[in-house]
Write a protein that binds this ligand. Structure first.
Ligand code: ZN
Length: 268
């Protein structure tokens, strides 16, 4: 894809991108959050954001008082999972997060951030789809792409799975959406972990791109959503299921869609 062409599109999306502020919240993760925060920060800065990072304390006792201010940011990026480590946010931070998105802040959800906080209703409404942590049919439907439409499978099954990491093709399904306008209709993505059978409330959700989850690599045999948007109140979330590692985040398709997704989500 053409970088110059995309930068022109970014300029169209972002009237004053240098004035936008983003906050990454990290500190707990079942992935290498230090490396991925570095990568995400670099990508967002290259899109014109001023990026700050709030790192949660190491102990659960200290987490009780962890409440970074979310006001003044056009974009919040929870590069964070509470996956099996007792790292659920305190009620004050949870309320602040839901309130700032509802009031119009943008959110980026990247890869495993979708599996965080299975019991927190508002977070799941903002992420749209997630996996693991006991998610099943009670969490909402499983979405996949078939014959040109999004299928919403309501039947009983666990939510969240992936096969072996491998390179795969990403296929655009909403070519007129500003996040993917100007991109090729399909591109090769780097070696990454391809989530399948994610489930969630999936309200106000638009699938932008899918990837074939090949049974030969342990996948679902479905076209799985990998890029999608969710609207929550006046806020917008861009959710990319891609980006298991810093290396996967260096793939040009990941970089380009993260930039345009961040600008779109923070455009309120
Ligand atoms: Zn992963």
């Amino acid at each position: 894809m053409s970088v110059k062409r995309r930068e022109f599109l970014f300029a169209g999306l972002a009237l004053r991108p240098s004035t936008r502020r983003a906050l990454v919240i990290d500190g707990r993760h079942n992935h290498d959050w230090r490396a991925t925060t570095r990568e995400l920060k670099g990508i967002l800065e290259s899109a014109g954001f001023l990026v700050e990072v709030a790192t949660a304390p190491r102990t659960n006792e200290e987490l009780v008082d962890f409440r970074p201010r979310l006001t003044g940011y056009q974009l919040v990026v929870p590069n964070y999972t509470d996956f099996g480590n007792g790292g659920v946010w305190n009620n004050g931070l949870k309320a602040d997060f839901a309130a700032c998105v509802s009031a119009g802040a943008g959110v980026l959800i990247v890869h495993a951030a979708s599996s965080a906080f299975p019991e927190w209703r508002e977070y799941n409404e903002i992420t749209g789809l997630g996996g693991w942590g006991g998610r099943d049919e009670r969490s909402g439907p499983y979405l996949y792409w078939k014959n040109g439409i999004t299928i919403r499978e309501e039947g009983p099954a666990e939510g969240g799975h992936h096969g072996k990491q491998h390179p795969f093709t990403v296929v655009v399904r909403a070519e007129s959406h500003p996040i993917v306008t100007g991109l090729p209709l399909m591109w090769q993505h780097a070696t990454d972990e391809l989530f399948d059978t994610l489930r969630g409330p999936a309200r106000n959700l638009e699938v932008l791109a899918t990837a074939w989850s090949d049974p030969s690599t342990g996948g679902s045999g479905r076209h799985e959503p990998v890029l999608f948007t969710v609207r929550y109140g006046k806020g917008r979330a861009f959710h990319t299921a891609l980006g298991h590692s810093a290396e996967a985040m260096r793939s040009s398709g990941f970089v380009d869609t993260l930039k345009s997704g961040a600008l779109w989500a923070s455009a309120n």
